[in-house]
Design a protein around this ligand. Structure first.
Ligand SMILES: NC(=O)c1ccc[n+]([C@@H]2O[C@H](COP(=O)([O-])OP(=O)(O)OC[C@H]3O[C@@H](n4cnc5c(N)ncnc54)[C@H](OP(=O)(O)O)[C@@H]3O)[C@@H](O)[C@H]2O)c1
Length: 230
């Protein structure tokens, strides 16, 4: 399959690109910085495009068997529209070029999951605060993105990971149309699931993915995010 990946140069996107190649697919990695892409492969094409640039998105998407998005921007108190504007362009490009399969990463923070089990006390306290303050602009825009995807007429899957962290290997993650378990998703698990979902046709579903082994504590998560560049 020819899989086009938006956000391919991000933390999850690089893992998705590698995983797609390892699974034998052709990967088209879309990034605004093609010269900085960290690896090469005979089946890898690196395409320079800003997702806000509609004609460039059409060129990137044309000929794909599936499109994956791990597009993301940092939390901000200012209005955010990268998710909705970007995926709006991706959806329009797919409709124009007759590409059917779209898998987008959103967030479990967009949705109230009353039956989420295994979430720590710290997570249950902090999540509603984050979703109403520093995360509000992000989650509002991810909900707009999701509405565009649901109305697209494409074969779509929206993926709701929880707090992302890094593990070296894929675990026995829990995924599908279920409430999240705990508060975390490893990027390696997410990459594995996204590549699996790319080849599933005829779907219109919103799924979660939860990692339940070797997860960080809330405090470790906050510390890692805060001191990432250290
Ligand atoms: N962090 C969490 O705990 C968490 C939890 C749930 C869900 N999520 C979601 O998971 C996804 C992946 O997260 P991540 O940490 O892997 O993301 P990340 O490392 O921040 O990567 C996001 C990528 O999006 C690309 N991007 C941003 N604006 C773009 C634009 N205008 N045009 C083209 N590309 C653009 C950037 O690519 P270039 O700079 O290379 O162009 C960047 O590499 C995001 O959607 C995030 O919202 C995160």
């Amino acid at each position: 399959m020819r899989i086009v990946i938006f956000g391919a140069n991000g933390q999850t996107g690089r893992l998705v690109t590698r995983r797609a190649l390892d699974a034998g697919h052709i990967a088209v990695a879309v990034t605004r910085n093609p010269d900085g892409f960290p690896f090469a492969d005979p089946r890898l094409e690196v395409v320079g495009a800003d997702v806000r640039d509609a004609p460039a998105v059409v060129t990137a998407v044309d000929g794909a068997d599936a499109v994956l998005s791990t597009l993301g921007v940092p939390f901000s108190m200012r209005p955010i529209d990268t998710y909705s504007a970007g995926i709006g362009n991706v959806v329009a490009a797919m409709q124009k070029t007759s590409v059917r399969r779209l898998v987008v990463v959103s967030s479990s923070g967009t949705t109230h999951y009353p039956n989420r089990v295994g979430a720590s006390f710290a997570l249950r306290i902090t999540e509603p605060i984050i979703t109403r303050t520093i995360g509000k602009s992000t989650y509002d825009d991810q909900r707009r993105m999701e509405a565009t995807v649901r109305d697209s007429g494409l074969d779509w899957t929206i993926v709701h990971p929880s707090g992302l962290f890094d593990l070296p290997n894929v675990t026995e993650y829990i995924a599908g149309e279920v409430d999240p378990v705990g508060g975390f998703t490893s990027r390696t698990d997410l990459a594995d699931y996204l590549v699996t979902l790319a080849s599933r046709r005829g779907r219109h579903d919103t799924v979660t993915i939860s990692t339940t082994t070797d997860t960080p504590t809330m405090w470790e998560m906050v510390r890692r995010e805060a001191f990432k560049s250290a």
